[in-house]
Design a protein around this ligand. Structure first.
Ligand SMILES: *[C@@H]1O[C@H](CO)[C@@H](O)[C@H](O)[C@H]1NC(C)=O
Ligand SMILES: *[C@@H]1O[C@H](CO)[C@@H](O)[C@H](O)[C@H]1NC(C)=O
Length: 203
């Protein structure tokens, strides 16, 4: 049987409806304990939120670097805390970023997110080393230290210290904070020296 090519979608739906209904009936009969209706929160568009909150340049690096934004997105359900440098910081850093290899660019961007959810309260009260999306499980590299200074929260990489300036979004299990500097990992940059070390990540 061949469907008429101009069959309107509404008619197709009407024709299919009995099948859809019986399928629904069967599936609800066969699963006595159906999952409660999912109350999934709306999907957060991290780059877009960053972009609207003073981190446009960083958001554009995220979306234009292969695998970077995807890697952030794949942690939205399990927990993610991201730190986006404000535009002034990112723009100052751009010449250094452009000098990095493709792998190192990705590592630098992944270094700005932690695969756990931290509210600002948690950051203010828990000092210590955190791993990032760039961390390799065996070497535990690409970490940084969260250190509070009263109410202020700083992120210390051994190369630079950035300060949280704003909360972009805080919706458990996802938080994004604006920071006043680009986080430069010791794996890619040397303390006190603006230029990239130019070494590979070995990743
Ligand atoms: C942090 O990263 C360094 C490499 O930069 C590594 O030697 C160290 O073991 C890591 N620390 C933790 C607590 O994971
Ligand atoms: C980029 O790399 C080149 C070659 O290593 C170097 O001469 C130049 O100074 C670097 N630029 C920046 C901004 O670090």
């Amino acid at each position: 049987m061949r469907m008429h090519p101009t069959l309107p979608p509404s008619l197709i739906f009407l024709l299919l409806q009995p099948f859809l209904c019986s399928f629904h009936l069967i599936s609800s009969l066969s699963s006595p304990n159906p999952d409660p209706p999912s109350s999934a929160p709306p999907i957060l568009d991290i780059p877009s939120l960053m972009s609207k909150n003073g981190c446009k340049a960083f958001a554009s690096l995220l979306t234009s670097t292969a695998d970077a934004a995807d890697s952030y997105s794949s942690n939205l359900d399990s927990g993610l805390t991201a730190f986006c440098p404000i535009d002034r910081a990112t723009n100052t850093f751009l010449p250094l970023f452009k000098n990095l290899t493709a792998d190192d660019k990705l590592s630098l961007l992944l270094y700005h997110a932690v695969p756990l959810y931290y509210s600002i309260r948690m950051l203010q009260s828990n000092n210590g080393i955190v791993n990032t999306l760039a961390t390799d499980g065996t070497t535990k590299n690409y970490n940084f230290t969260v250190q509070n200074d009263g109410e202020a929260v700083t992120l210390q990489t051994q190369v630079i210290t950035a300060r949280i300036t704003d909360t972009v979004v805080d919706r458990d299990p996802v938080a994004v904070y604006a920071i006043d500097s680009v986080l430069q990992p010791p794996e890619l940059f040397q303390a006190g020296c603006g230029a990239g070390a130019g070494t590979g990540t070995g990743a």
